[in-house]
Design a protein around this ligand. Sequence first.
Ligand code: 9PG
Length: 740
Amino acid sequence: MDTHPVDHPTLSWPGGPALRQVAAAVRYRFGEALHNLTLTEPDRPVAGPGLQAVWRWESVPNGYRLWLELTATGETPVTLETADVLTGPAPDLGAPMLTWRVYQNGWQSWSPTFARHLEGTIYADPGTPEYRAAHQPHWEPDYDGLISSEWVTVLFAPPARALLLGFVTAKDQLAEIRLRSEGSELTARCHLDSVLLSPGASLRTEVLHLEAGPDPLRLLETWADLVGRDVAQDSSCTGPIPTGWCTWYYFYGENTADDVLENLRAITDYHLPLDVILIDDGYQTAIGDWFSINLDKFPDGMEPVAEAVRAAGRQLGIWTAPFGAAATSELFAAHPDWTVRDDDGNPVVGWVHWGVPCYALDTTHPEVLAWLEETFRRMRREWGATFFKIDFLFAAARPGRRHDPTATRAQALRRGVEAIRAAIGDDAFLLGCGAPLGPCIGLVDGMRIGTDVDPNWHPIFRYDLSAASTENALRNAITRAPFHNRLWLNDPDCLLVRQRGPDLDLVLNEMRTLTAVIALLGGLTLNSDNLPFIRPGRLKYLRQALPPTGVSARPLDLFEHEMPRRLLLSVERDWGCWWVAGVINWEDRTVQTTVRLADLGLPPGRYHVFHYWRRRYLGVTDDAVVLTRHQPHETAVLLFKPVSDRPDLLTTTFHVCQGAVEVTDCRWDEEAGLLRVGLEKAGQQFGEVWLTVPPSWEAVEVRVDGRRSPWVSPAPGLLRAGLMLEGRAEFIATFRKRER
Ligand code: 9PG
């Protein structure tokens, strides 16, 4: 061990956490020997055989930034294994570690993510080779008892001491934060994947940002802001949020051209504001053979379908798994040398696709990159596709030998995604899926942030947190909500609203929870039902999630519950403000839930409360709402609207977010006793407008677009009127002062 003889420094925050005895470390090979270089002092170069390292520290507001600079100094290259930009005992957060919550961010889209309780967690490591390959890229035999969070973590000791450790760069190395409670160890590690560093060459690790504060959710949001600004350069968070329809979760790969065309027609007939028609897995004959269309399903190839989509004024979306080559594919037969190799020279399996092994393509190979570019250029040019869902991206980051021995797994993956981005152009939408998150940032517009949604609430094939299920998909959609609009646009996966039956096992409350959470999170909103056969009574749910607001509700209790129960969307307009809370019962039984204004962080005051799905006005509160029968898997969507002393808009039933997208304006004219509500929404939808009427006023009439319209008073102090909204409408209610 080559150690510099200096006291280990401390990283500390006044009145906050302290990291004592910190060091940095580099593990590498020079010649045959494995070396460990330890650094205990910033900015002073430390030399080992064939390698020099410098540990950099920078002070930033509320924290520090740490990284390492490595230079090969010998006559022959060094082989780099790992660089720990920070290692030492777990920090002092002023409370025993077993009371902590640790944000455990999974590696890729489907990997379980949540603020893990060190005692009594829902997490269990399945320990299978498949799970490791898909979710644990840094697995080692000593993984037992270790918590590994990819890219970022927050350590939280309730009630108010939190420390964020997050890399603010991510292009070059996969990076994890490892925490071990037994023996107390914290390490922020960049993986250098045995790459060669040639004599004289240098490299920098990713940059670790450390920040302390009282509010762990805020820290996570702040980190995502920093990364979004520096790495994504906000490039990926502009433009409208995609909406659409996807073939996968009804047809599961069995979809034909006719199925697509019939759904396209239904979308037009039903006036559904769904823009992208996404042809998911199943149109191709094999993974890798993207232009070899399965003619049993698409007898005339892709062109006529693409043409019909465009003619209907929609965008064509195409699914691919671009970094795989099925063992049975023509691609693999023609280019067996294009794959990542193991130590024995055999092709590395990226994943097994519905029973067929798919080899991992070597995205450092110039021919592979050229093929990728050509493939995506053709899809754009020949089919006119403008939306690309690229899936199973983690395959490009499988460990193994590559054409370029200096490329890390992260760099290899990034080169592949860069080639695709270059080919499709900046104006096409790129959606990552099954994707290691960090290396994709700045290249993708959207990112799937959870496992697959499913016709079942609980998983039915495997019982781990990464298995397809509505519950698992929703958990990640919520726990990764802080990434939305900061790193990219979040894709929570598809919305299913079809009736319960052989194709869907969700009960009404579960389907409404899926609808509510997707709507409250404000990300991509794609439906995946068989629309020609859907009951009109179910389409209304889809309409209530469209269009996405673009703004995410905040998971207020992310660090309190492993399955967060409280989502809060604050809406502020120049004509008013209100809050929409989604309160989720994850239990399999009915419970009583108390929702306190204080727990929602609402300013003190008096609020009207509306129970959205039940269409029930709950009255006024200045304290709490009690849901006496909060049913299994039910999300109570509660609107909180400040009480006003004149007639006011309470809510509308056109959208779960209750005015955030469809109410363009709301003006009160005291003189004339007129409340004017401007409404606008794409599509065609029946809904209601609810108004509150204080005792000093009484309603005279309601007019919609100048025509008198019937209204009712469902309870004293309330007025309700229905209307068919097609595009725009002007809703005017007239009132007069009551005689005293
Ligand atoms: C198409 C699907 C859909 C879906 C994607 C992805 O075996 N597996 O572990 C496994 C995981 C995810 C998965 C399929 C299989 O789904 O998330 O939206 O595009 O591929 O095959």
